[in-house]
Design a protein around this ligand. Structure first.
Ligand SMILES: [Zn+2]
Length: 661
């Protein structure tokens, strides 16, 4: 038995939900960690599944005239299908209606009842009679109405079992004080600590008003409350308490739960309190990630902007989608999903940086060395860089900093691309005396690619396989087995395009047509579309306007193409007192812009700043540099000279390339 074990879980998803980007995100993140750990030589147990009990399932089944079991047997497949499409490498898929789960839940309940930690009392709450459901105060409508049907709620009292969780709160606080990574990231840790310190009441863990659930052992008119039932999946899948196969003993000590930030109270408070009561060690860490918005707006069905992961994978390619989700935002933060930003990353990071490196290298090996990787020495700088990159990837993935891990991999890819430009192999190839040097260059590049395939394999497994096939390598091996230089004498295969570039103009046209079609369809369905109107930008009334320009029509204004851009590099222009040379990133391309703002900012202040760029201004030569656009700024002028100047910046973190109107 390996002593390196790793157990990672997604939440079990509510089976009645339509799988969306949030489900995809959590599960892909867990998949990346699992694949990474396997390559590090760990025994991995990766668990996901579905939460199949509760009122809503019962009601949906009644409406369809089938049993709840028949319903969940059918719809849980939506999730299984998605995981297959997204290339998820889970080891198990647990359903809360399975016998193995029910047995464990009842064992937990009985144990806690026997030791006096579950007791009978009365539960009181706001209840919707037609919907037959309790409504927590946090989700009530105005004047205490039901959020689903809008009818007034009534206070209802019923007999209920309670979990005496208050008894264990101090113990949990102490545990978290000693285990700062018990909840990650820090912001969620703090949130949980202050919640715990504000006091936790005993929790109702059974219902008599509901039938579709696991019966309380010995008191069958009660069913166990769905959250209590669902959380137990993390140990029922490991076979607790019987544990005939030793899975619980092996994997539980290295358990990690990944969750969305909306369900941390259940995971970081209720669940650990249950475990403390059961005398089970707490998981190593509970990691909470943020939410996705769409082009800066909250996703909702009525806006028609819910991202369908099936479609995204189909349209842009699975690996590009997986890469984008983990690269675009720091894990833990909220992220904005923009297809434009996705296209930008496909073109720059994947097609340009990675795809070109592979293509150029393979073509050179083919034409200069007949498709056989030369042997000899490797470039030591590239070799050292590879070792450092692996260290950075290890460090960051162990902190669940997926974006940072990818950044370090891409820094290595950039270095390798630059290595080609520096060594100019096409010149070396013309000089027979330089044959050894050319061998060294080609072997080093080949090894860099073999290494990159290994590094990206957890994130983009199919791409790694494609790279290996072209490189003529049979298996991935593990990180420990990798030796820089060992690929000498390999025979490469034909170079093929990894990620085709997307024509941005063509894409934009199709995208807008697609959005327009969606909008029309929504209108024809007579859906609530006031939300869409709300987001149209309203012009603020101008104050202190001294000089007006001549009036223009909206169509004139529309001819000015302004977009959100980021300054990625600001440089002095020696000859000019006023100008800076700026490199700006529009998400889909970068440009050089000369801007007369030198008197007001240092180059450091400008680096990384998001600005508004007028994109369709005719190029102009300033101090010998071609400037392609203009950055918007507001200024106070005296005698035609700016005395004070500030840049116009987007207020929120909106994707680069977003149009300003
Ligand atoms: Zn209702």
């Amino acid at each position: 038995m390996s002593d390196k074990n790793f157990y990672i879980t997604t939440p079990i998803y509510y089976v009645n939900d339509v799988p969306h980007i949030g489900h995809a995100y959590t599960t892909i993140a867990c998949d990346v960690m699992s694949r990474y750990k396997r390559l590090k030589g760990y025994d991995v147990f990766f668990l996901t599944g579905t939460d199949e009990h509760g009122q809503k399932i019962q009601q949906s089944a009644e409406k369809q005239g089938i049993t709840p079991q028949a319903l969940v047997d059918k719809i849980h497949l939506n999730f299984k299908d998605l995981w297959r499409v997204l290339n998820i490498s889970n080891n198990d898929f647990i359903r809360t209606t399975e016998e193995r789960h029910i047995k464990t839940v009842q064992a937990v309940f009985k144990k806690l009842m026997d030791q006096g930690d579950i007791y009978k009392g009365t539960y009181q709450g706001y209840y919707c009679v037609p919907c037959e459901t309790y409504v927590p105060e946090s989700s009530m409508g105005e004047n205490k109405t039901c959020p689903d049907c809008g009818r007034p709620l009534t206070i209802m009292t019923e007999e209920s079992y309670f979990f005496k969780c208050s008894k264990y709160v101090d113990k949990l606080i102490k545990y978290y004080e000693e285990n700062l990574s018990g909840v990650m990231p820090k912001i969620r840790y703090n949130e949980i600590m202050s919640f715990l310190k504000s006091g936790v009441r005993d929790q109702s863990v059974s219902r008599t008003s509901l039938k579709w659930g696991i019966p309380v052992p010995g008191d069958e008119k009660h069913v166990i409350y769905v959250w209590f039932d669902a959380l137990i999946n993390y140990i029922s899948a490991l076979g607790w308490p019987d544990d005939g196969q030793g899975k619980f003993k092996k994997f539980w000590p290295d358990a990690y739960h990944m969750v969305g930030k909306d369900i941390i109270r259940f995971h970081c408070v209720t669940w650990p309190l249950m475990l403390l009561a059961l005398g089970i060690d707490l998981p190593k860490s509970i990691i909470a990630h943020g939410w996705w918005t769409f082009n800066g707006e909250k996703m909702s069905k009525s806006k028609g902007n819910v991202i369908d992961p099936f479609k995204m994978a189909e349209e842009y390619g699975l690996d590009a989608f997986r890469y984008f989700l983990l690269r675009e935002v720091p894990f833990g933060n909220d992220g904005d999903f923009s297809e434009l930003a996705l296209v930008g990353r496909i073109n720059s990071d994947l097609a340009n940086d990675l795809g070109n490196l592979l293509n150029r290298t393979l073509q050179m090996i083919e034409s200069y060395r007949g498709g056989v990787v030369p042997s000899g020495a490797v470039n030591s700088e590239l070799k050292d860089f590879a070792a450092k990159t692996l260290e950075a990837v290890d460090l960051n993935l162990n902190k669940f900093a997926f974006d940072e891990a990818l950044k370090s991999i891409w820094a290595f890819i950039s270095r390798a691309n630059k290595f080609i430009d520096e060594t100019e192999p096409w010149k070396l190839a013309k000089d027979a005396a330089q044959a050894d040097k050319l061998d060294c260059v080609l072997l080093s590049l080949y090894e860099a690619l073999r290494f990159i395939a290994l590094l990206i394999a957890p994130f983009m497994p199919d791409t790694a396989d494609k790279m290996l096939a072209q490189l003529g390598v049979e298996s991935l091996g593990g990180y420990d087995a990798f030796e820089f230089g060992k690929g000498a004498d390999n025979k490469i295969n034909k170079a093929e395009v990894l990620f085709p570039r997307i024509d941005i103009k063509e894409w934009q046209k199709n995208y807008e047509a697609k959005r327009e079609e969606l909008r029309k369809r929504m209108e024809s369905l007579n859906l609530e579309n006031k939300d869409i109107k709300d987001v149209e930008v309203k012009d603020a009334p101008a104050e202190n306007v001294i000089e007006h320009e001549a009036e223009i029509g909206i169509d004139d204004f529309k001819t000015v193409e302004m977009r959100v851009a980021k300054i990625i590099k600001a440089e002095e222009i020696k000859k000019s007192k006023k100008l800076y040379k700026l490199e700006v990133d529009l998400g889909y391309e970068t440009r050089t812009v000369c801007s007369g703002i030198k008197a007001f900012f240092t180059t450091e202040e400008l680096d990384g700043k998001r600005v508004i760029l007028v994109c369709n201004l005719k190029p102009a030569k300033l101090c010998g540099i071609e400037s392609n656009g203009m950055i918007l700024a507001a200024s106070v002028k005296k005698d035609g000279v700016s005395e004070q100047l500030t840049l116009v910046v987007p207020e929120a973190d909106i994707p680069l390339g977003s149009r300003v109107s």
